[in-house]
Design a protein around this ligand. Structure first.
Ligand SMILES: Nc1nc2c(ncn2[C@@H]2O[C@H](COP(=O)(O)OP(=O)(O)OP(=O)(O)O)[C@@H](O)[C@H]2O)c(=O)[nH]1
Ligand SMILES: [Zn+2]
Length: 294
C-alpha cells in the first residue's frame, strides 16, 4: 500500500512519517543514498507499507520541496513566527526587522508574534501595532499566562508548517506548550540561560498541533545568522514602503540619499513609520559596511 505523508523527525536512520493519522517508522530507499538525496524533516513523501505490521516501511519518493532552511535543516516551512517579548527581555526591533527580511528571503512568510503583553501597558501594544500593520504581515499579541492571542495564533498556524524564530527568553517554548497542552517543552528563567545554546544538540522534530498545522520544536533563523543580501535589494523586503516608493524620482531609489524620494516624504508626514525607516537606514548601513569588509 502506498501512502503520502510528512516526515516529522529522523533518528538513527529511521524517518518517522505521519500518514493518514498514523506514524510509521520508515527507512529511506537505498536509491536516495546513491543519488545523494537526504530526506529532511518536513519533506512530503510517498511510503510503501505492507500489511505486515512488523515489517519496515520504505520512503519511495520525496516530493519536490517548496523551501529549505539550513539551521535547523528542514523542508517546506510555510511560515516563520518571528517572536519578541514586549519586555523582559526588551524587544530588539532591528533583530525583528532582520528576521522579517530573512523569512522573506527564504520564501517563508513571516508572522509577527509579540509576547508577554501582560507585562506592558496597552499603549505599548498600540505603538508597535502601528509600526508593523502596514507591512501586511499578521501581528499577534500574546500572553501565555493570560492565554491572550493563542486562538488567533492557532488560526494562523493551521494547515501550515511553522517555525518559531526569536531570541532566547521571549517565550517560544511557552507559546508552543500553550498551543499543545501536555507537550511540556522545557521552559526556563530568562536569566538562567544566556549563552547556553541548549538547542544545539537537539533532534529537530515537527509537532502536530491539535488545532491543525505543524510547529518545529527548534527555533529557526538563528539570531546570529548574518543577513547577506546586496544593500540595494533591502528595500524589496519592506512591503510597507512600496506604495510611497512609486513617488520616488528615480526608479532604483534606495530611499537613503536620493532627492525626490517618496519614501522619505512619507516618513516625514508619518505615512510610513519612523521606527521602521530608522531601522531600514541602520540595516542598510550595516550591509554597506559588511560588504566593505569582505
Ligand atoms: N509574564 C509572562 N512571562 C512569560 C510569557 N511567556 C513566557 N514567559 C516566561 O519567560 C521565560 C522564558 O520563556 P521560554 O518559553 O523558555 O522562552 P524561549 O523563547 O523558549 O527561550 P529559549 O528556549 O532560550 O530560546 C519563562 O520564565 C516563561 O515563564 C508571557 O506571555 N508572559
Ligand atoms: Zn526613494
Amino acid at each position: 500500500m502506498r501512502l503520502k505523508g510528512i516526515i516529522l523527525k529522523g533518528i538513527g536512520g529511521f524517518y518517522y512519517v505521519e500518514a493518514g493519522d498514523r506514524i510509521y517508522a520508515t527507512r529511506a530507499r537505498g536509491l536516495f543514498r546513491n543519488e545523494k538525496i537526504k530526506p529532511l524533516v518536513g519533506d512530503q513523501v510517498e511510503i510503501d507499507v505492507t500489511s505486515d505490521e512488523d515489517s519496515e516501511a520504505y520512503i519511495q519518493k520525496i516530493l519536490p520541496r517548496k523551501s529549505r532552511l539550513q539551521r535547523p535543516e528542514v523542508a517546506n516551512v510555510d511560515q516563520v513566527i518571528v517572536t519578541m517579548a514586549l519586555t523582559n527581555p526588551s524587544p530588539n526591533f532591528i533583530l525583528l526587522d532582520k528576521l522579517l527580511i530573512l523569512g522573506q528571503y527564504h520564501g517563508v512568510r513571516p508572522v509577527i508574534c509579540l509576547n508577554k503583553s501582560d507585562l506592558v501597558p496597552p499603549g505599548v501594544l498600540e505603538e508597535v501595532k502601528r509600526d508593523y500593520e502596514a507591512t501586511g504581515f499578521d501581528v499577534i499579541f500574546v500572553s501565555v499566562p493570560e492565554l491572550t492571542g493563542i486562538e488567533d495564533l492557532k488560526a494562523v498556524l493551521r494547515g501550515k508548517v511553522n517555525v518559531f524564530a526569536g531570541p532566547s527568553g521571549v517565550g517560544k517554548s511557552s507559546i508552543t506548550n500553550a498551543l499543545k497542552p501536555g507537550l511540556a517543552l522545557k521552559v526556563g528563567e530568562v536569566s538562567e540561560r544566556i549563552g547556553r545554546g541548549r538547542h544545539t544538540t537537539r533532534h529537530t522534530e515537527l509537532i502536530e498541533l491539535p488545532s491543525g498545522g505543524f510547529v518545529l520544536d527548534t527555533p529557526g533563523f538563528s539570531s546570529l545568522e548574518i543577513l547577506q543580501i546586496p544593500k540595494d535589494t533591502l528595500k524589496d523586503y519592506y512591503p510597507d514602503f512600496s506604495e510611497a516608493a512609486r513617488d520616488c524620482r528615480y526608479r532604483d531609489c534606495s530611499h537613503i540619499n536620493e532627492p525626490g524620494c517618496g519614501v522619505k516624504e512619507a516618513v516625514a508626514d508619518r505615512r510610513i513609520s519612523q521606527n521602521r525607516y530608522h531601522g531600514y537606514q541602520y540595516i542598510y548601513e550595516e550591509l554597506k559596511k559588511q560588504k566593505e569588509r569582505y
